[in-house]
Design a protein around this ligand. Structure first.
Ligand code: NAP
Length: 255
């Protein structure tokens, strides 16, 4: 018996990285999964690689989470093809790093639109179903950068915004059987952190090694580390936890 038997999970930005790791873990625990990503071909390909339980289904859907029409269509397709929606993971994300004085208005808007507006639009579309059925789990991806990070004024503001959004969802939706929590990952080895290495003109392995050495548990994180925490927070075992942000960072923010 899996913790997500008979459940349908929608995960954004799930064609790769943390999103795909989470989709894989939810599938292993019995969920049917809608893999949502900007690139429909990549989403379909990722959905095809999920280790589905007997009777579970997966679908890959192209969707820009910052576009309301695209979001509404993706949720409608999920419900039509997978038979409902029980779990939403707002994971899609981008970075457009620069020091404040060099940061363009476009890079500010883009980051706000994907992380904050994206989470807002997806949650608004999903909550209609959650409220009706008096059941739902929402998980938002924040970051240790919410606490401030050089070169990430846009991203850190968005990720702290995600924490405030999560607390408010906890308050508003709790009476309807809906839990909303956030995970704030530290350094996770994905294409996002590989791109940061490239921007800093560093070798990917060297960049990971430096980050591992600076961390109390002496390693970097992997998508599986976030997926394990996500599976717990989106399960019924966590039904008395809401509005919280769990830092999954190897103790990195303690330093
Ligand atoms: P990633 O490997 O770059 O994956 C992000 C995915 O989101 C990509 O597949 C991307 O699609 C998709 N995406 C981007 N914009 C989108 C949009 N508008 N609509 C739909 N999908 C979109 O990133 P990751 O490292 O797995 O990060 C996942 C989440 O964790 C993000 O919210 C990130 O901010 C957060 N996080 C990551 C770390 C870390 O160290 N990796 C740390 C803290 C927090 P395309 O490839 O087509 O652009």
């Amino acid at each position: 018996m899996g913790r997500f038997d008979g459940r349908v999970a929608v995960i954004t930005g799930a064609a790769r990285g943390i999103g795909f790791g989470t989709a894989k873990r939810f599938a292993e625990e019995g969920a049917s999964v809608a893999v949502i990503d900007l690139d429909e071909a990549a989403a379909v390909e990722a959905a095809g690689r999920l280790p589905l339980a007997d009777g579970a289904k997966a679908v890959g859907i192209g969707c820009d989470v910052s576009d309301a029409a695209s979001v509404d269509a993706a949720i409608a397709r999920t419900v039509a093809e997978l038979g409902g929606i029980h779990v939403l993971v707002n994971n899609a994300g981008i970075t457009r790093d620069n020091l404040l004085f060099k940061m363009s208005e476009d890079d500010w808007d883009l980051v706000m639109n994907v992380h904050l507006k994206g989470a807002f639009l997806m949650t608004k579309a999903a909550q209609k179903h959650f409220v009706e059925q008096k059941y739902g789990k929402i998980l938002n991806l924040s970051s240790v950068s919410a606490l401030g990070n050089r070169g990430q004024a846009n991203y850190s503001a968005a990720k702290m915004g995600v924490q405030g959004f999560t607390r408010t969802l906890g308050i508003e939706l709790g009476p309807f059987g809906i839990n909303a929590n956030a995970i704030a990952p530290g350094f996770i080895a994905t294409e996002m952190t590989d791109a940061t290495a490239a921007r800093l003109k560093m070798d990917v392995e060297e960049f990971r090694k430096l980050n591992a050495e600076a961390n109390p548990v002496k390693r970097v994180g992997f998508p599986e580390d976030i997926a394990a925490a996500a599976a717990f927070l989106c399960s019924d075992e966590a039904s008395y936890i809401t509005g919280q942000t769990l830092y999954v960072d190897g103790g990195g923010k303690l330093g």
